[in-house]
Design a protein around this ligand. Structure first.
Ligand code: ADP
Length: 382
């Protein structure tokens, strides 16, 4: 069996399969239950590998492949079998593939690649590329607040699918959000389940208790924390979508600095007037509720999806945003955003002792630096 046989409308019987129950199955049976192919043959028997690189992952490039039988395009990602949680990554991603806003896995091969035992994932090809690359390249038409709300609704849909089933993604960042097509009607989908985990309590994993229905209160603090981090990441993505720069910034370079960590923990960010004065209060309020430091007070994914800004996308004002212009004007700023999200995510994955503190406002140095740059440019001789 292969995922090519299943159309985009996911089979509703499959939607109801519980991850916890399925997880007990061996990988081939697990995938089979989800309508995904599994084989120990060489991948080239079924797929022609092209030289087209779609992106770069931890284990090398993600390349375009062609399904020999149907001629359809796919994307091949290689996961080192010896790396921690490799089977869990495959299972969680395969399971999440049931959601229309998650990149679908079509076939899985278990094989030797470059002398290493590997899983080779064939995913649906996402030629539309990464979320912010598209926004950065939107030169003709400015994205609007309503477009941003629609983007956030699609991300929220993927996250809600996972959280409903007590799965936390834990690596929500712009590079893991891909468009299905190059045109603007295309669907945004979440990928990369390398850090995802199921957050059910031991003891709840009995056949007579389905964690799917567990109320948030039954989850302990650590479990709530993992899911809450996804909402925090969505808050950062939403902030960047609406203005083109991140809410938090590092003092220097690549790793998270103590200063940045402190600012994140204290919820220190601002809404600078230039980009934010025309943005609706509803949007700003939603960001505040997602970036709330106290995990217990931060909104969950259901509150996010039910908020008017997301639930009534058509009523969101179509105010043009500065996002593309800001991203193009200062491309380093986007790279900085990526670095910052990456290090903040790393920190969150190990550091779950978030303290309750008041939100204080302070100056955002990245913005200050950009202002300074502009001043210097203005002062320079013509
Ligand atoms: P890793 O887990 O090793 O970081 P990812 O799954 O994040 O690998 O993939 C790395 C990059 O490859 C992504 O950021 C994206 O640019 C590209 N990519 C991944 N999957 C696809 C796909 N299905 N279609 C097109 N490009 C993809």
């Amino acid at each position: 069996m292969s995922g090519w046989g299943i159309d985009n409308q996911r089979n509703s019987a499959q939607q109801n399969l519980q991850f916890t129950h399925l997880y007990q199955k061996e990988l081939p049976a697990f995938l089979n239950a989800l309508g995904i192919g599994f084989s120990k043959n060489t991948v080239t028997e079924d797929y022609q590998l092209t030289r087209e690189k779609l992106g770069t992952g931890i284990n090398g490039s993600v390349v375009k492949v062609i399904h020999r039988q149907s001629g359809a395009e796919g994307a091949l990602k290689i996961i080192n079998k010896e790396s921690r949680n490799s089977e869990l990554e495959v299972k969680l991603h395969a399971y999440a593939s049931q959601c229309e806003n998650v990149v679908r896995i079509l076939d899985v091969y278990e094989n030797i690649y470059r002398q290493r035992p590997c899983y080779l994932l064939i995913m649906e090809c996402m030629p539309g590329g990464e979320l912010f690359d598209r926004i950065q390249n939107t030169t003709q038409t400015k994205i609007t607040e309503r477009d941003a709300a629609d983007i956030m609704r699609q991300i929220g849909n993927a996250v809600m699918f996972l959280h409903r089933r007590n799965i936390a993604h834990r690596d929500l960042k712009p590079e893991n959000l891909l468009y299905s097509e190059r045109n603007f009607q295309s669907i945004l989908k979440l990928t990369d389940f390398g850090f995802a985990k199921e957050v059910t309590q031991k003891g709840l994993e009995t056949p007579c208790f389905t964690p799917y229905y567990a109320a948030p209160e039954v989850l302990n603090e650590k479990q709530r924390y993992d899911m809450s981090c996804d909402v925090w990441s969505m808050g950062v993505i939403m902030y960047v979508l609406l203005c083109g720069y991140p809410p938090f910034y590092s003092d220097h370079g690549f790793s998270i600095s103590p200063g940045m960590k402190k600012r994140i923990k204290q919820g220190e960010y601002t809404f600078p007037d230039k980009e934010w004065k025309n943005i609706s209060l509803t949007a700003k309020d939603l960001i505040k509720r997602m970036l709330t430091v106290d995990v217990n007070k931060r909104i969950d994914i259901y509150e996010f999806m039910n908020s008017p800004w997301v639930a009534n996308v058509r009523e969101v004002p179509s105010t043009p945003l500065f996002t593309s212009a800001n991203m193009m004007e200062d491309p380093d700023c986007y790279k900085e955003t990526q670095r910052e999200m990456e290090s903040a995510l790393q920190t969150m994955r190990v550091d779950n002792k978030v303290k309750i503190r008041d939100v204080k406002h302070s100056k955002n140095r990245l913005i200050e630096r950009r202002k300074q740059k502009k001043l210097e440019a203005g002062a320079a001789p013509q």
